[in-house]
Design a protein around this ligand. Structure first.
Ligand code: AHR
Length: 330
């Protein structure tokens, strides 16, 4: 097996622009507790709590006031619903926070509310997943992973194992439909396997990034095509963990009868990899709190260095999983 750990991509600056004129800044009025303490307030609109990755991201974001006591955090859990996230953003605007940080459940549908934030002169930092808006000035900065690259890396894991000419039937567990994590990973994977004439995606359905749905969908895949599936490509670890249970209950050996690759790098998946039940992890780094502090400081001082910052990530094989397991923080 010819796996390569991809060298960490140290905070890749893709594009540098200034923040939009007049946004945020030291003079911004914030919530009453904030104005008395003079702390800067970040309002964070989180997607939900659907996966181990998400829990790790939430913990990292909640560390912000400890990382830098000059910041206060207002946190909102959107419970996987865009309407809840929009409501949270409107509350942050009403409370006059200094920065709005949004981890958007899906890419589209943000133009109106982000225009409201811009009109209120509150800078918006997009975290993890991205948004698609007609006017790019609605977004001050983005920090997170390159999801398309993650999909490409997952496909390379499969190609490294089987070669481009192999005949493979692939089952795909998609993430939340319309999210950058789903769109980017699917695009990157599909583009990469275009060079492999006999790779076929015979099953593809969303498991909404959760363990329970991953198991449920995999059970259905196995019921209809259990004997045909050679590879499981899962857009995240949690769905793959659920699918591994389904594969075992079906009487097959995950990691042996079905080759498995997934994205994230949570501890549970590292354990399964170390036990030989999965084959490849494409890492997606959820520890975004420190980077959000750094970006927020730059935005508030009017000295934003990079409008887009991509996080560090690697690829892990079974051999590497055992070694790496004791170091995993989430
Ligand atoms: O947006 C990041 C993705 O969302 C992670 O891969 C997944 O686990 C989470 O739910």
């Amino acid at each position: 097996m010819k796996f390569k750990k991809i060298a960490a991509l140290a905070a890749t600056a893709v594009l540098t622009v200034g923040i939009f004129a007049g946004c945020g800044g030291a003079s911004q009025q914030t919530s009453s507790s904030n104005s008395s303490s003079k702390k800067k307030v970040i309002g964070f609109a989180q997607v939900g709590a659907e996966s181990g990755w998400r829990t790790a991201e939430t913990s990292s974001i909640k560390e912000i006031p400890k990382l830098d006591p000059n910041f206060e955090l207002k946190f909102s859990d959107g419970q996987q619903k865009q309407e809840n996230q929009i409501k949270a953003i409107r509350s942050f605007i009403a409370e006059k926070v200094d920065i709005i940080a949004l981890d958007p459940v899906v890419e589209t549908g943000w133009d109106t509310v982000l225009k409201e934030a811009k009109n209120a002169k509150i800078p918006v930092v997009i975290v993890d997943r991205n948004v698609k808006v007609a006017d790019n000035s609605l977004v001050t900065a983005f920090l997170g992973s390159d999801m398309e690259e993650e999909g490409k890396r997952a496909a390379k894991v499969v190609i490294d194992k089987f070669g481009k000419d192999a005949k493979l039937n692939i089952a795909e567990l998609q993430g939340t439909v319309g999210s950058t994590a789903m769109i980017g990973r699917q695009k990157g994977f599909n583009e990469t396997i275009k060079d492999c004439p006999n790779y076929k995606i015979i099953k593809s359905q969303t498991g909404d990034f959760t363990r329970a749905k991953g198991k449920e969908v995999m059970e259905a895949f196995l019921k209809s095509d259990g004997d045909k599936i050679n590879v499981l490509w899962s857009h995240n670890d949690d769905m793959a963990v659920g699918a591994i249970q389904a594969i075992e209950e079906y009487g097959k050996k995950p990691g042996k009868d079905i080759f498995i690759v997934s994205v994230d790098g949570i501890k549970d998946m590292f354990k399964l990899m170390a036990d030989g039940k999965s084959n490849g992890i494409v890492e997606c780094n959820p520890l975004l709190g420190p980077q959000l502090v750094e970006t927020s400081k730059q935005v508030l001082s009017g000295k934003l260095k990079d409008k887009i910052v991509h996080t560090k990530e690697g690829v892990f094989t079974q051999d590497q999983a055992k070694k790496e397991l004791p170091n995993r923080k989430y």
